[in-house]
Design a protein around this ligand. Structure first.
Ligand code: AMP
Length: 284
């Protein structure tokens, strides 16, 4: 593995200076930290594909709702920087809130995706969430001047919305989608998994079980949404299901008939720690 001289930067002015000094292509991996193997897979891809890699670590307050987990979200900067160093990252950008939102985080220009992209799935459950995501991501694109940016397919709606933003607003950047990384037993890796109690951890596996069942039904030729939905809901009965939706992977429009483009997305909360988990899979 290529070790480089990692620079850890916490302010915009130093970041701009360091970015000016870089030669060659720049890959950006935006994260909220508490890095795990899912994040690491994005970082590895960026390091492979670019001369320089910037990892941002910022728990972005404007993408959290008032009753969400902003305060307790895990923060592990030192450990995260160690991982970035091992992976050959050039710059970790870890600003404080006041640095990113200099005036007042409640009084800034927002980038708002169109209603039909956010009136479903996580956008519906978390009003304003994607305004916060798009705004911080746009700032990071501008600040890092990255040629490519890496996003996980675990946050499928986020990936779709960012790709749309880049296209609609002519950002000069390539978005690289990265596959979901899972634990050995199938649970999608997430910084929030550390909230799970022992019992929640067992029940969390039902999300993956439901996705697998849906895939096997679709592969048997069942294309009726209701039948697949009923099987999934039975498997998810011990969880508090936030949504379970079938969409076309290219448009994110909801569909009634399952075909090769159908993406099944699930969000559910665990009973004890109320941890909100998301996962998704193509059905063919
Ligand atoms: P987060 O720190 O949760 O905001 O995630 C930062 C980036 O890592 C996002 O693009 C996520 O989609 C991606 N990511 C998070 N978990 C995973 C995972 N298990 N597999 C692949 N990518 C992931």
């Amino acid at each position: 593995m290529r070790q480089k001289n990692l620079r850890i930067i916490d302010n915009i002015s130093d970041l701009k200076k360091e970015i000016e000094k870089l030669q060659g292509s720049i890959g950006l991996v935006p994260t909220m930290g508490a890095l795990h193997l899912g994040h690491q897979s994005l970082i590895e891809k960026s390091v492979q594909q670019n001369d320089n890699t910037v990892v941002s670590i910022f728990v972005n307050p404007i993408q959290f709702g008032i009753n969400e987990d902003l305060d307790k979200y895990p923060r592990k900067l030192e450990k995260d920087c160690e991982l970035c160093k091992q992976q050959g990252v050039d710059i970790v950008f870890a600003p404080r809130i006041e640095e990113m939102y200099k005036s007042d985080k409640n009084n800034i220009t927002l980038i708002c995706p169109p209603v039909n992209a956010v009136d479903k799935l996580c956008g519906k459950s978390r009003p304003g969430h994607f305004d916060g995501v798009c705004t911080v991501v746009a700032k990071l694109f501008n600040l890092t001047k990255a040629n490519k940016a890496y996003f996980g397919q675990k946050d499928a709606q986020q990936l779709f919305i960012i790709q749309k933003m880049v296209k609609d607003l002519d950002f000069n950047i390539e978005i690289v989608p990265c596959p979901i990384v899972r634990e050995q037993d199938g649970l999608a890796l997430s910084s929030r998994n550390q909230y799970l109690s022992k019992n929640d951890r067992i029940l969390a596996l039902n999300i993956q079980k439901a996705l697998k069942t849906a895939i096997s039904l679709a592969k048997k030729g069942i294309n009726d949404k209701r039948t697949i939905l009923d099987s999934c809901l039975e498997i998810l009965s011990d969880l508090d299901v936030d949504y379970i939706e079938f969409v076309d992977k290219n448009t994110f429009e909801t569909v009634d008939l399952i075909d090769k483009n159908t993406l099944l997305l699930i969000a559910a909360k665990t009973p004890q720690t109320k941890t909100r988990l998301i996962d998704n899979s193509l059905l063919h």
